[in-house]
Design a protein around this ligand. Structure first.
Ligand code: KG4
Ligand code: ZN
Length: 338
């Protein structure tokens, strides 16, 4: 079964064709990232306009690279939540039009479920597993009981890990996205140069909180500036990255123990982080449990992961009609209701 996936939740306009949820026949991405760099973050208005300009060409290219026409496609999967509403609406409306014109089923896909599905691409991974989903807007520990059955174990109470890295990078004067810049700079820094206290979330052992860490790094920078002390940015970036990764893994490790996890998985933009990838490997080796990490090219936003999850949602009976809407927020464990 061939699924055409469409993704436009943030600044990537993406389309892909994936066979049976795993075999990537094409994966096309047009990004407006370079334009947003000027402003130090994604400008929603610009992102929406670029989606509107690119989407038709990106979808045509994805079909062509897969040696397909729309007639060869069994269903059209589209990200409908969560994300920037103006961005999501472009993908959702394009997919609705295409589904109507070609008389193909339309399958709504939750963006974060798509990130989890990036681990099914070119792999034989099957649920059940425990997954750390870390992106620019979300940080979750979830139990993936089945392809479309997800239980939230923990989530951030405030900032996402990616957001904290991006804001910290910005305060350090690094290029957007800060997470990527910090990862690059961490090759040159000392991770023990600065110490950051791990936040405690009083009434939950699995929930995260990153706003305190973010404030701590910003205060470090401001205090040094006031005292005219020069900070080694590579050391600060590396120490901050270590603190974020340590926090993420502390709770993931606890959840793995308490849930008796046999498989651990990471997903989302931050799963590209070299320190996170290194430390989660160590953790799984120590616990003797298997680990799945998405290929680097599938960590960030792409449509292959949406086509993959779309395949499993479709097999589970999830189909939308022309009234499908986009939603800026949507819990990962909520199923689509027509
Ligand atoms: O999943 P994603 O591409 O978009 C959202 O759904 O949010 O995630 C973007 C986030 C940004 O915060 C970015 O800084 C972070 O992923 N990110 C990284 C790395 N690559 C992307 N963070 C740390 N290290 C990286 N190598
Ligand atoms: Zn994403």
């Amino acid at each position: 079964m061939k699924i055409l996936g469409i993704e436009s939740s943030c600044d990537e306009t993406a389309a892909a064709v994936v066979e049976d949820g795993r075999k990537v026949l094409s994966n096309v991405i047009a990004s407006s990232l370079e334009e947003h760099k000027l402003y130090g973050g994604v400008v929603p208005e610009i992102a929406s306009r670029r989606h509107a300009e690119s989407i038709s060409g990106v979808v045509s290219e994805a079909l062509s690279q897969a040696n397909c026409t729309i007639d060869d496609i069994d269903a059209i999967a589209v990200t409908y939540a969560p994300g920037l509403i103006g961005s999501l609406l472009v993908g959702v409306n394009f997919a609705k039009g295409l589904a109507l014109a070609s008389d193909k089923p339309l399958v709504p896909v939750h963006h974060l479920r798509g990130h989890i599905a990036s681990n099914y691409l070119e792999s034989s991974l099957e649920p059940e597993f425990l997954c750390l989903v870390v992106s620019g807007g979300h940080s979750h520990i979830v139990n993936v009981k089945d392809y479309t059955e997800i239980e939230i174990i923990g989530k951030t109470r405030d900032d996402a890990a990616g957001e904290a890295l991006d804001k910290a990078g910005r305060a350090m004067g690094l290029a957007y996205p800060g997470g990527v810049s910090i990862d690059k700079l961490s090759k040159e820094g000392n991770e023990n140069a600065f110490e950051f206290t791990h936040p405690r979330v009083s009434d939950s052992v699995y929930d995260y909180s990153f706003s305190g860490l973010k404030t701590a790094v910003i205060n470090t920078i401001h205090n040094a500036a006031q005292k005219n002390i020069e900070i080694n940015t590579a050391d600060l970036a590396t120490s901050f990255q270590k603190a974020v990764v340590d926090c993420l893994l502390e709770k993931l490790s606890l959840a793995a123990d308490n849930y008796g996890a046999k498989k651990l998985v990471i997903a989302g933009g931050v799963s590209a982080n070299s320190k996170l990838r290194q430390e989660v490997k160590k953790l799984c080796n120590k616990k003797k449990i298997s680990l799945s990490i998405p290929e680097l090219k599938y960590c960030g936003d792409n449509a292959a992961m949406i086509a993959s999850q779309g395949y499993f949602e479709y097999k589970n009976g999830t189909v939308a009609n022309e009234s499908l809407n986009a939603y800026a927020t949507m819990a990962i464990d909520s199923d689509y209701k027509a």
